[in-house]
Design a protein around this ligand. Structure first.
Ligand code: HEM
Length: 453
C-alpha cells in the first residue's frame, strides 16, 4: 500500500532535525507535503502525520478499537508498571481509565484550586529580589507538590519531601533504563542497573506505605484527594483497585502530570514576558477584571502556541482510511497537535501570542488539541488547566521578572516533550507577594526553604 508523501531523507537525518528544531522541522514538512505526510524516524518507525482537523475528528470519535497507544508507550513500563493506563490497550485500558476519570472531572478539580494557590504562594514567596531562577525547575518543584497534595493526598512536609526525593530519583533516571533491558540488568549494588533497581525499590516501598496508610485512615470516606477516591472506586464487577494497580497509576500520574504542566507554565511565563501588551492586560484583568475569561484565554493560547506534546500517537492494528489514504496495520498515525495549532485558516497570524483569539471563539475540540483526544485524551487536562491558571493568578500580580536571555528559548525535544532549551531563565526584579510581606520581606517562609534547595 502506498503511504502519503514525505521527506526522502534517511531516518537518521529526519530524527536529528526533529530533535534539534522540532517545530521548524514539522512546519517545513507540512508546507512541502500538505495535511498528511509520512516521516521515518529512528526508534519510531514509519509515522504518518495528520494535520486536518476533520480527519483527526474521525480518528478520535467512534470505534477506536483498531488504534493502539499503549504499545507505543510500553517503553515506559519499567518505571510505570504493567497496570499503568498509559501502557495498556483494549478492555484493560478502558477499565483503568474508567476508574481514573471521575476524580479528575472539572467539578472535583475545582476543589484543588485552593491547594494549588497555596503551593504557588509559598513557592513564589521564595523568589528573592535580584535572584536568578530557572522557571521550568521552579515550576517542576511546584507541580510535584501539587501532585503530592491533590493527587496523593499527602500534605505533611516531611512526607512530601521523602516522596520528592525517592520518586524524582526514579523519574529523572536516564531514559536508557527504559529502552534497554541490558542497562537495567542488576550487576551488583554499584552497577548502573543495580542503582536503578535500588531507587525503584525505595520509591515502590514508599508508595506502598502511603497506600496502606491511607487504606487505614479513619476519614477515608470523607477525603477528596485522588488516591482516596481511587481507593473507594469500584469497577463494573464491583471490584476495587489492588495496591499494585494503585502504585502504577500513582507513578503514571506523577510522570504524565508534573513535568508537562511545569513546562506549560514555563512557556506561559516566557510568552508573557516577551509580549508586554498581554502581560499588562492580564495583570489588569487579574486586579480589576470581573471574571477569568482573559486568564483562561492566556492559558489556552499558551498551549496552542507552545503545546507540550507535538502529536498524539496511535498504532493501527487493522487497515484504516485516514484523510483519503488507505493505511496498512502497523503504521503509526500522529494527530499533529502542533501543526494543527499553526494552521493559518484556524488561527490567523498563528505565530503571534494573542489570547484574544480565544475570547471570541472559545476552543474547538479538534482544532485545539494540547491534550490529545478520543479514548486516550489526557486524564489530567482539567487539573493541568486549573494549575496553570492558578499559578498565573498568584504570580502575575506579585512578581516582576526579567528574562535573562535576549531572545526566547528555542523549543527543543526533551524526552518526548517540547521544552524551552534553557528552561526560561529570569531575574526577579520585584516581589510583593503576600507571604513574603508577612515574613518581613527579607526572610523566606520556613517551609519553603527545603522545597527551593
Ligand atoms: C499541561 C499539562 C499536560 C499536557 C499538555 C498533557 C498532555 C497529554 C497528552 C497529549 C496525552 C495523550 C493524549 C492522546 O494520546 O490522545 C496525555 C495523556 C495522559 N495524561 Fe496528560 N497532559 C498534561 C497534564 C497531565 C496531568 C496533570 C495528569 C494527571 C495528574 C495527566 C495524566 C495523563 C494520563 C494518565 C494520560 C494517559 C491517558 C490514557 O492513555 O488513557 N496529564 N496527556
Amino acid at each position: 500500500m502506498a503511504l502519503p508523501p514525505g521527506p526522502r531523507t534517511p531516518a537518521v537525518v529526519n530524527t536529528v532535525r526533529f530533535a534539534q528544531r522540532p517545530l521548524a522541522a514539522l512546519r517545513e514538512w507540512h508546507r512541502r507535503f500538505g495535511d498528511i505526510f509520512t516521516v521515518k524516524m529512528l526508534g519510531f518507525g514509519v509515522g504518518v502525520y495528520v494535520v486536518d482537523p476533520e480527519a483527526i475528528r474521525e480518528l478520535f470519535t467512534g470505534d477506536q478499537s483498531d488504534l493502539e497507544a499503549g504499545e507505543a508507550n510500553s517503553f515506559m513500563e519499567p518505571i510505570l508498571g504493567p497496570h499503568s493506563v498509559l501502557v495498556l490497550d483494549g478492555p484493560e485500558h478502558l477499565r483503568q481509565r474508567k476508574l481514573l476519570l471521575p476524580p479528575f472531572q472539572g467539578s472535583r478539580v475545582g476543589a484543588f484550586r485552593e491547594i494549588i494557590r497555596d503551593v504557588a504562594e509559598r513557592e513564589i514567596a521564595g523568589w528573592r529580589p535580584r535572584a536568578e531562577i530557572v522557571l521550568r525547575e521552579r515550576m517542576r518543584a511546584l507541580t510535584f507538590e501539587v501532585i503530592c497534595r491533590a493527587v496523593f493526598g499527602v500534605t505533611q512536609r516531611d512526607r512530601v519531601e521523602r516522596l520528592r526525593e525517592r520518586l524524582i530519583a526514579v523519574v529523572d533516571s536516564s531514559p536508557l533504563f527504559m529502552i534497554s533491558r541490558a542497562a537495567r540488568a542488576d550487576l551488583g549494588p554499584l552497577s548502573p542497573g543495580g542503582v536503578f533497581a535500588r531507587r525503584l525499590r525505595a520509591a515502590d516501598a514508599l508508595l506502598e506505605e502511603e497506600i496502606e496508610r491511607r487504606r487505614g485512615e479513619p476519614d477515608l470516606e470523607q477525603r477528596s484527594d485522588v488516591l482516596s477516591l481511587l481507593l473507594r472506586a469500584r469497577d463494573e464487577r464491583g471490584e476495587g483497585m489492588t495496591n499494585a494497580e494503585l502504585r502504577d497509576e500513582l507513578f503514571t500520574m506523577l510522570a504524565a502530570g508534573h513535568e508537562t504542566t511545569a513546562t506549560g507554565l514555563a512557556f506561559a511565563f516566557e510568552l508573557l514576558l516577551r509580549t508586554p501588551r498581554v502581560l499588562v492586560r492580564l495583570r489588569e484583568e487579574l486586579e480589576h477584571g470581573e471574571d477569568d475569561a482573559y486568564l483562561d484565554a492566556v492559558v489556552k493560547e499558551t498551549l496552542r502556541l507552545r503545546p507540550v506534546l507535538d502529536a498524539a500517537e496511535r498504532t493501527l492494528t487493522a487497515p484504516r482510511t485516514v484523510a483519503g489514504w488507505e493505511l496498512p496495520p502497523g503504521v503509526k498515525v500522529y494527530p499533529g497537535i502542533a501543526l494543527v495549532h499553526m494552521r493559518e485558516d484556524l488561527y490567523p497570524r498563528p505565530r503571534e501570542f494573542r489570547p484574544e483569539r480565544f475570547l471570541q471563539e472559545g476552543a474547538e475540540s479538534y482544532s485545539w488539541l494540547p491534550f490529545g483526544g478520543g479514548i486516550r485524551r489526557c486524564i489530567g487536562a482539567a487539573l493541568a488547566l486549573a494549575e496553570m491558571a492558578e499559578v498565573l493568578r498568584v504570580a502575575v500580580p506579585a512578581v516582576q521578572l526579567r528574562p535573562l536571555r535576549e531572545r526566547p528559548d528555542p523549543v527543543v525535544l526533551r524526552g518526548i516533550t517540547l521544552a524551552p532549551r534553557y528552561g526560561v531563565r529570569v531575574a526577579v526584579e520585584r516581589n510583593v507577594s503576600r507571604l513574603l510581606r508577612d515574613a518581613g520581606g527579607d526572610r523566606q517562609p520556613s517551609e519553603f526553604v527545603s522545597a527551593s534547595a
